[in-house]
Design a protein around this ligand. Structure first.
Ligand code: FAD
Length: 421
């Protein structure tokens, strides 16, 4: 594809899918999003998201809700074990939440109303059509080379009816870390479990002692512990406004195949999840045991925060890198986490999705070719993928592992400078 596509199917209706969907719709394409999750509101994703300038640029261009999308942190503070304030760095990020960004994007994309955006804005003149089909799991793709069209096959999650299909000029695969489309197009992919999980949760700011709330108010704070660390920061509540939450992410080592990992990933019903045990399903005894063994070592404000989390959830931290983005003569393109999933330490996943989107706009405008976009995207992505490993191993690994990964990072940067991936 080299010009603005008329019709687009986006597989995956999370942040990458919606950023692309909104951009394409505002530029006149007719867009259908297919999302396997059946819920429209998608609440219960108690996840903080730090986002960068690309997301800001897309919201500035296309968001008509007028809803504040973030609660900025003034700086980044470093704590060390029980020492609450070792150093403050002048690194400012936009701190938001998955749910709030999702709701703002949905309001703009297909006019979905929510607590955060009760009166979604009308479409703009020149917008294409936008449809979000929830509960639809994509199972197949077929490319008609002569017609230059791709047909996407999908099934309904409620199980009624057989396979359905939809055809478009362009298909964007925004189906995340465990992408189905990567398998369908035989994408050359490296995927690895990092050796640690993230325990995550939120606590309403108003439920914390004032001193603890103040500690997290204007900072994103990292507490470095013995081969594990925690990040804490303030995010807007699901409805936006002043009902803010304090979010934590605690990276903790569990070896692949260990009984600790098995227990953490087994929910209250005895079901062993492959990657995430959602909020509300973590076994209370497992969480209690984790707190009993690990909480005494952390700085007091973190201990007070984490002990109050009612519905923590746990995710295996994996990373993924795919060596090619475009398939079927450029009519199927992988974007967001489906193309490259970084370990979350640099908090650049949503920024990557936004960069993909801003870069593809240049392709549709004829300012660069799809091949140039692919090369730039993979070069940037590989550096961030490796940089995220460096930071992860700094927090979780041994000194020996850290020096080894620094060596690998330097060798990658030199290779990339010579134009090799
Ligand atoms: C611990 C942790 C912390 C993080 N912190 C940050 C942060 O601070 N900043 C940041 O930018 N990002 C962060 N992330 C990453 C972030 O949550 C997302 O991964 C990122 O925004 C990119 O999302 P995506 O839309 O590409 O993929 P996903 O959010 O994974 O979405 C993929 C979507 O595709 C759907 N899907 C999958 N298969 C199919 C199918 N066959 N048919 C139809 N639909 C399908 C899924 O249901 C899902 O909705 C963090 C992640 C973790 C694990």
């Amino acid at each position: 594809m080299t010009s603005q596509p008329k019709s687009v199917v986006i597989i995956g209706g999370s942040l990458a899918g919606l950023l692309h969907g909104l951009s394409l719709k505002r530029r006149g394409s007719n867009v259908v999003v297919l999302e396997q999750d059946p819920s429209t509101t998608r609440s219960g994703h108690e996840a903080g998201i730090a986002y960068g300038p690309g997301v800001g640029e897309l919201l500035d261009k296309y968001d008509d809700t007028g809803v504040a999308s973030h609660a900025s942190a003034a700086a980044t503070r470093i704590a060390f074990r029980k020492r609450e304030d070792l150093k403050t760095i002048n690194l400012v990020r936009h701190l938001s939440s998955w749910v709030l960004l999702y709701r703002i994007l949905r309001a703009n994309f297909d006019g979905t109303a929510s607590e955060a955006v009760p009166s979604p804005p009308p479409p703009r003149a020149g917008d294409g059509t936008a449809e979000y089909r929830a509960g639809k799991r994509v199972t197949g793709l077929a490319y008609d080379e002569r017609a230059g069209l791709v047909t996407v096959r999908y099934v309904s999650r409620d199980g009624d009816g057989g396979e359905e299909s939809v055809t478009a000029d362009l298909v964007l695969a925004a189906d995340g870390v465990h992408s189905t489309v990567r398998g369908l197009v035989n994408a050359p992919t490296a995927k690895e479990y990092s050796g640690y999980v993230s325990w995550r949760g939120t606590v309403p700011e108003k439920d914390l002692p004032p001193r603890t709330a103040a500690y997290f108010k204007n900072n994103a704070t990292l507490d470095f512990l013995k081969r594990n660390y925690i990040v804490g920061y303030t995010i807007p509540g699901d409805a936006g406004g002043e009902d803010r939450l304090i979010n934590f992410v605690w990276y903790y080592n569990y070896e692949e195949g260990s009984s600790e990992l098995d227990e953490a990933l087994t929910d209250i019903h005895g079901h062993r999840h492959a990657n995430t045990v959602p909020a509300g399903l973590v076994q209370p005894a497992v969480w209690k045991r984790h707190l009993a063994s690990a909480l005494p070592a952390v700085a007091a404000p973190f201990a007070e925060l984490i002990a109050r989390a009612k519905t923590p959830f746990v995710t295996k931290v994996n990373d993924v890198f795919t060596e090619r983005a475009a398939y079927c003569d450029g009519r199927v393109v992988l974007v967001g986490d489906a193309l490259a999933t970084f370990r979350p330490h640099l908090a650049l996943a949503t920024e990557q999705a936004a960069r993909h989107c801003l870069g593809l706009e240049k392709v549709w405008d004829g300012d660069k070719t799809l091949q140039e976009w692919e090369h730039e995207t993979l070069t940037w992505g590989k550096r961030i993928w490796m940089g995220s490993r460096v930071l992860g191993i700094f927090g979780q690994g041994t000194w020996w592992q850290f020096f080894k990964i620094i060596g690998a990072y330097i060798s990658l940067v030199l290779r990339l400078r010579r134009g090799k991936l």
